[in-house]
Design a protein around this ligand. Structure first.
Ligand code: SAH
Length: 225
């Protein structure tokens, strides 16, 4: 069944989206499907109203509740690393603005996404309903994954983890890929973790990033500094 993305068709800022995609291509994003998704999805639907005029700058922007929408280059990098094929089941931890989830959806994934902040979650339920996008949302601690729909072909974590949460490793399908920034609260290394058999994972570090902390049972404590 082909999905209906007509609610995302938006002629406003089309040039800005194309320029952003071109800039990402020049900076090393080679996956044409990811570039097309960036050129297609209106990022202004996801940013906080105060910052709409900055929607197509390659910067992270504040959301409510001290959280951020990731930089487009980071969204593109993580999406490319994940390597989504249409129909794959993908789990995202940290829905935030919903922009990354929407990119995954446009790439053809069946998207499951967990957010821990109720205020953001409530906004997302409404936003995805308004956009008629079938993205499965859960309010809760994503360090524990989403057991009900496991295993996943891909898992993408969009907040900084102190270490790989064992629940996420367990919920990854054999042959699946997990993309996660691991480090301290200031700086993290992105890891691509591939599950090659029931008990063998290959871990490849792929560059440095800076995310907001992953807070939860297998992440940081809420009050840690
Ligand atoms: N993918 C998002 C990035 C949001 S920033 C986007 O495209 O906008 C990271 C998000 O992770 C924040 O919204 C934060 O509240 C959330 N988060 C942090 N710890 C979490 C946890 N344990 N479970 C689920 N979400 C978490």
């Amino acid at each position: 069944m082909t999905e209906d993305f007509s609610s995302l068709i938006n002629p406003h800022h089309k040039e800005a989206r194309l320029r952003l995609a071109e800039k990402l291509a020049q900076s090393g994003i080679t996956d044409i499907n990811v570039l097309n998704a960036i050129a297609f999805v209106p990022r202004e639907y996801f940013v906080h109203p105060t910052f709409i005029f900055k929607s197509y700058d390659d910067i992270a922007l504040p959301l409510n509740s001290k959280q951020t929408i990731s930089r487009p280059s980071t969204v593109a990098f993580q999406s490319q690393l994940l390597g989504v094929s249409p129909g794959e089941k993908i789990l995202e931890i940290g829905t935030g603005s919903g922009y990354q989830a929407c990119i995954l959806k446009v790439l053809g994934a069946k998207v499951f996404s967990v957010e821990r902040v109720p205020e953001l979650y409530n906004r997302l339920v409404k936003l995805f309903a308004d956009l008629r996008l079938k993205i499965n949302l859960k309010l809760g601690d994503g360090t524990l994954g989403w057991q009900q729909y496991a295993p996943y072909d891909g898992i993408i974590v969009t907040a900084a983890a102190p270490e790989l949460p064992s629940a996420l490793a367990a919920q990854l399908a054999v042959g699946g890929r997990l993309v996660i920034p691991i480090g301290d609260k200031q700086k993290q290394t992105m890891h691509l973790i591939e599950r090659v058999s029931q008990d063998k994972y290959i871990d490849t570090p792929v560059g440095n990033f800076s995310f907001v902390p992953l807070i939860g049972e297998q992440g940081w404590d809420e009050d840690d500094k």
